[in-house]
Design a protein around this ligand. Sequence first.
Ligand SMILES: NC(=O)C1=CN([C@@H]2O[C@H](COP(=O)(O)OP(=O)(O)OC[C@H]3O[C@@H](n4cnc5c(N)ncnc54)[C@H](OP(=O)(O)O)[C@@H]3O)[C@@H](O)[C@H]2O)C=CC1
Ligand SMILES: CC1=C(/C=C/C(C)=C/C=C/C(C)=C/C=O)C(C)(C)CCC1
Length: 317
Amino acid sequence: MAQPGQKVVLITGCSSGIGLRIAVLLAKDEQKRYYVIATMRDLKRKDKLVEAAGDAYGKTLTLLTLDVCNDESVKQCINSVKDRHIDVLVNNAGIGLVGPLEAISMDEMKKVFETNFFGVIRMIKEVMPDMKKRRGGHIIVISSVMGLQGVVFNDVYAASKFAMEGFCESLAVQLLKFNVILSMIEPGPVHTEFEMKMIQDVSQKDYPGADPDTVHYFKNVYLPSSVDIFEALGQTPDDIARCTKKVIEASSPRFRNLTNPLYTPIVAMKYADETGGLSVKTFYHMLFNMGSLMHVTMTAMKYLTCGCLRSRTVSPH
Ligand SMILES: NC(=O)C1=CN([C@@H]2O[C@H](COP(=O)(O)OP(=O)(O)OC[C@H]3O[C@@H](n4cnc5c(N)ncnc54)[C@H](OP(=O)(O)O)[C@@H]3O)[C@@H](O)[C@H]2O)C=CC1
Ligand SMILES: CC1=C(/C=C/C(C)=C/C=C/C(C)=C/C=O)C(C)(C)CCC1
C-alpha cells in the first residue's frame, strides 16, 4: 500500500520495454517518493519486471492486470486502487504497424487505433474525473516523433499517434483549469521489443495485395534505412524512463517532450515550410536517392548535433 506522502503512479504496458523501465526507475527511487502500480494485460509476462524490480517488488511496486482495449478490465483495475487515487497516470501501452498499406487489413489498422488511441482515451476517461475532483494529477502520454512527423510505410501507426497529439492538445487546456497537468513524451526510435516485433513481423509476411515495386521499396529500400536509423539514433528504454521521471518531477512540466535531439531538425522542417513540400521532398530524397548513404549521414548527424538542438529536448541525463 502507498505510504503517506508517496505519489501513486499507474503505468500501462509494463511487461517489456519503456513501461517496464519507467516502472522500475520510479519504484527504485532512493527517496521512495513513488508507489508504482505496474499494469500489464497478461500477468504471465511479469517475470522480467519482477526480476528488474528486485527488492522494490511488493514494497514500492505492485502488479495489476489491465488491458487498455477492454472497458471492464480498465474499470476493474482502477476500482481496485485504494480510493481510486492515482497521482500520475502513464499511458505507455502501444503497438506498431509497418508495411505497404495495400497489404494491411482493416482489422489490423483498427487494432492499432484501438490500442494506441482509444486505449489511452479509455484510461483517461476512467482516471481524469477523480483527478479533476481533487484538483490535482498528472497524465503522461508516451506518444512518438511519429505523432509530429509521419514516416513512410508507417502510415497508420503515425496516424494513431497524430490522433493522440490532437486529442491531448485539446484536452490539456481544459485540464489546466482543474490543475491537472498533461504531458506528452515523444521518443524517436528506441531499442525495445517494438523493434523486434517489427523485424519478426516483416520476416513472416509476403505482403499479398501490394504490387512488386511497392514491396521492393518497402523491403529493400525502407527497411535497411530504418535499421540504420535505429542503429544511429536509437535510444534505450532507460533513456526514455529517465526523461519521463524528469517530466514527472519538473516544477512546471512541459507539454511536449522530444527525447532525441537528433530528431529536432526533422520536426523543425515541417514548421519551416508551410506548404509541406520541404518535408515530403526531403524524405523522398533521403530514402530514394541517399538510401545507401543513410548510415554515414545518420552517424555524422549523431556527432555533429549541436547544443542548441539538445536544449529543445528533455535530456535523459
Ligand atoms: N520502441 C520505439 O521505437 C518507440 C516506441 N514508442 C511508444 O512507446 C510505447 C511503448 O513501446 P515499447 O516499450 O517500445 O514496446 P514494447 O513492445 O516493448 O512494449 C509495449 C507494451 O505495451 C503492451 N500492450 C500492448 N497492447 C496492450 C493492451 N491492449 N493492453 C495493455 N498493454 C498492452 C505490451 O504488452 P504485451 O507484452 O502483453 O504485448 C507491452 O508491455 C508505445 O506506446 C510505443 O508506441 C514511441 C516511440 C518509439
Ligand atoms: C526511413 C527514413 C526515416 C525513418 C525513420 C524511422 C524508421 C523512424 C522510426 C521511429 C519510431 C520507431 C517511432 C516509434 O514511435 C527518416 C528518418 C524519417 C528519414 C527518411 C527515411
